[in-house]
Every structure is written in C-alpha cells, then in structure tokens.
Design a protein around this ligand. Structure first.
Ligand code: ATP
Length: 242
C-alpha cells in the first residue's frame, strides 16, 4: 500500500551493555500487511520486537507509529495506541482459566459496552474453537499449541492496530505450526496489520506480503514473501536446500 506506514523503524540501534544487538535497522509495515522478519537464533528478532513494544531502549534511531514518533513512549503508552505483542514463549497465565487469560488481554483497553466485549470474545472463539470449548481449563494444563492460540487470542482481545508475533511456531509440531499460520493469515485477512518474527521460513514467508532477513543485527535482504522464499541464499540458510 501507499501513504503513511503503520510502523516505521529508522536506523534502530539497541545495545545490551556494550553488546550491540541491532546495528541500525530500518523497516516498515503498511496498513493491512503481514510482514515477516526472518532470522536465525541470536539474529536480534526478539530485541527488535522488544524495541517496538518499548521493553528495550533504543541507543540510536527512531520508531514511528501511524506517523507519530513513539521512540520515547513507555510500553503501556504503546499498548494504548494498539501495539500489542505476543511474546516469545507465549507467557500465558498458567494458574488462570482460558477465560481469565483472555480477560487479561483487554485489561486497560476498556470495551464501550458489554456487547462489544461479548463480540470480541466470540471472534476469538470463532478463530479458535478449542478455546471456546475449554473456557474453564487452566492455561497451564493446555498443550503448547493451545497455549499459543490462547496467547494470540489474548492479544486480539486488546484489539490491536499492530499485532507483534514473536516466534509463534517455537517448540510446536509441524501440524500445529501449519494450523497456527493458517489462523495468522486469517487474522491478517480480517484486516489486522501484523509483524511476525520467525525462523520457520517456509510457513512464514509463504503467507507474508513482504519479508526482511535479519542477520547478526542487520537487515541483509528485503522483498515480497514468495520472492524471498525462492531466493537461493535464503533457501540455503533457512530451508537447508541449495
Ligand atoms: P532467538 O531466536 O534465539 O530468540 P533472536 O533473533 O530473538 O534469537 P535476540 O534474543 O534478539 O535474538 O538476541 C540478539 C543478540 O543480543 C544475541 O547476541 C543475544 O545474545 C544478545 N542479547 C539478548 N538479550 C540480551 C541480554 N538481556 N543481555 C545481553 N545480551 C543479550
């Protein structure tokens, strides 16, 4: 699309003490896009996500959201603007039920009415029927795939303007990974703008509008998802085929 990007990172540098984790990365996400940031372990994917959600401070560069410079905003101020992150490792509340976990998603993002809350819940249960069947089950007793669905459902309850997904496929079986990515594509088709961080090149790039390749803190390649998927260097590095 054209016009102001939803998200725009310009020359973002992030350090952990003296370690430079991001070396000045620039990327953008347009309204309605599903964009993948693909990278190996330690490339800086989570660091990028945490920079966007405000959990990591930038040492250089800037982040704009719908044209507004949000570089100095606190994490909760970014959440209030609809920047909602599903963290790596899911981090659901194990001692809370499915319904309680979903309610935590809209904590601080008040619904205008009870009906609006009910509609949001129904939408989540439509995407994830399993969650609707297990409303009273404790989060901690659900399978890895179900917990990932719960984490995504919880984020949707916050009505994201930008959904940040940090390695949703991590630790899941191939069949479950396919299901999760089908649902991610469906959420995107429903109008939600998504930035996805992944190592699973096949699933992520095949469904993405565009992708970026992140290598040791720098973006080395950018292009339409399917184009990157057919790039020889990408195939060799991320799919193990030459
Ligand atoms: P993974 O897929 O393994 O989670 P990643 O691409 O998300 O990897 P990051 O977690 O962003 O990578 O890490 C990027 C670099 O920053 C790595 O070299 C890592 O060791 C370093 N790093 C991350 N967190 C910290 C920290 N809290 N303190 C020091 N170094 C860190």
């Amino acid at each position: 699309g054209s016009g102001t990007p939803v998200l725009e990172l310009s020359n973002v540098v992030i350090h952990y003490g003296r370690i430079k984790a991001l070396h000045g990365i620039s990327l953008s996400v347009q309204a309605g896009e599903l964009v993948t940031l693909l990278g190996a372990n330690g490339a800086g994917k989570s660091t990028t996500m945490r920079g966007i959600s405000g959990l990591n401070r930038l040492t250089e560069g800037s982040i704009r959201f719908n044209g507004e410079d949000i570089t100095a905003l606190k994490p909760h101020e970014r959440v209030a603007r609809g920047i909602i992150q599903v963290p790596e490792g899911r981090r659901i509340f194990p001692g809370m039920t499915v319904l309680e976990n979903l309610d935590m998603g809209c904590y601080g993002r008040r619904f205008e009415s009870k009906a609006a809350y009910g509609e949001a819940l129904d939408e989540v249960f439509e995407l994830f029927p399993r969650l609707g069947e297990r409303k009273k089950q404790f989060g901690g007793t659900m399978s890895g795939g179900e917990q990932q669905m719960l984490a995504i459902g919880r984020a949707l309850m916050a009505r994201p303007n930008l959904l940040l997904l940090d390695e949703p496929s991590m630790g899941l079986a191939p069949m479950v990974i396919r299901q999760i990515f089908e649902i991610i594509a469906k959420i995107n088709a429903g109008g939600t703008t998504i930035l996805l961080v992944e190592q699973n090149a096949q699933q992520a790039l095949s469904r993405s509008t565009r992708g970026y390749i992140l290598e040791t803190g720098s973006i080395t390649k950018e292009g339409p998802g399917r184009e990157l998927l057919h790039d020889d260097a990408v195939r060799e590095a991320y799919l193990g085929v030459a």
